[in-house]
Ligand binder design. Structure first.
Ligand SMILES: [Fe+2]
Length: 326
């Protein structure tokens, strides 16, 4: 969300209109608007907290205002409001797939960002579980959902958007590989994907965002993120979600970390997540490398990362991305 500053203690944040879906719902914050999208004036109050969505819609229709805003301090409340409506938005037959995907991707980014900022909050972990449920519901409900969501996937690398992207690719991959949709198993897989890099929340941003090569010592610190993530999440998550956090950097030939496990000893869920993880990392812009095109990324995975992945799974992944049956 973009923010505009009115005075130092009175800052506004632009919001989309995707939350205007349930007419009988009450707002938990004031909504403001500007006369036009480019107005330099302070936004004016359009609907107070505790108004209904229906009343807000009438106000918007009557006045033909431009952009909608909330106060910056209400941003957290707005994100939670959007998340609470998420499952009913996804269930609503009249809402187009593209709109559902935007709401879901926005909620996913917000929830994952918050859990990275405060990984010890059980409430934030529960929000991620709600998101995982939403992503599975949307991807399973419509054959086009995964590609609609994939189009929203950010090509600039931020740990939180990367986490959502890995989850989108991962669920699609899981489904195409024929692992079925056992609710519990798939839910745990999706949560593991969303939180696979949560251990990075404990590592200095100076190291994570460093342009150029890391020193030996810095590299050693980054390689601690699987165990750090496991320690953070072990009291909240199921074993298969934790397996993704702990083993997504293990490689088939035993050259990965943290344990140097070989192919027989890497859990299935971690093998699948690692392919989605590397593919998304290669196709997004990172501080030290530009984004590769999908074809080039897959070529790198096949030729330069030989021995890192389950070859059969990798070939299946390439076929899925190419739209071929496997
Ligand atoms: Fe990682």
């Amino acid at each position: 969300m973009k923010s505009i500053s009115a005075t130092t203690d009175d800052e506004y944040v632009v919001i989309g209109r995707d939350f205007l879906l349930k007419d009988d719902q009450y707002l938990k914050f004031d909504i403001y608007s500007s006369r036009t999208s480019f107005s330099s004036e302070n936004p004016i109050l359009l609907a107070r907290k505790d108004s209904t969505i229906s009343n807000l819609k009438k106000a918007i229709a009557n006045i033909h205002f431009g952009q909608l805003y909330i106060k910056k301090h209400d941003e957290g409340r707005f994100n939670l409001f959007l998340e609470k409506t998420l499952q009913s938005v996804l269930d609503c037959r009249e809402t187009p797939l593209e709109k559902k995907a935007v709401v879901l991707y926005t909620c996913a980014k917000n929830a994952v960002t918050d859990v990275f900022n405060n990984p010890r909050s059980g409430k934030n972990v529960a929000r991620v579980q709600n998101i995982a449920e939403g992503l599975i519901k949307l991807i399973m409900s419509n054959a086009s959902s995964a590609s609609v969501l994939a189009k929203l996937c950010s090509h600039d690398f931020y740990t939180f958007t990367h986490s959502v992207n890995v989850c989108v690719f991962g669920i699609n991959f899981w489904q195409m590989l024929g692992f079925g949709s056992d609710d519990q198993e798939l839910q745990e897989f999706a949560i593991g994907c969303l939180l696979h890099d949560i251990g990075k929340s404990q590592i200095s941003k100076n190291i994570l965002k460093k342009p150029g090569r890391l020193s030996k010592e810095e590299f050693k610190i980054v390689r601690e993120h699987p165990q750090l993530g496991y320690s953070l999440m072990k009291e909240y998550l199921a074993t298969s979600s934790l397996n993704i956090i702990l083993y997504h950097h293990e490689r088939f030939d035993g050259t990965g970390y943290p344990d140097g496990r070989d192919m027989q000893n890497i859990p299935k869920e971690a093998k699948i997540a690692s392919i989605a993880d590397v593919y998304d990392a290669l196709t997004t812009n990172r501080p030290y490398a530009g984004a590769r095109k999908p074809f080039d990324a897959l070529k790198v995975m096949l030729e330069q990362m030989e021995g890192h992945f389950d070859q059969e799974h990798l070939v299946a992944f390439i076929r899925i991305l190419g739209g071929e049956p496997i």
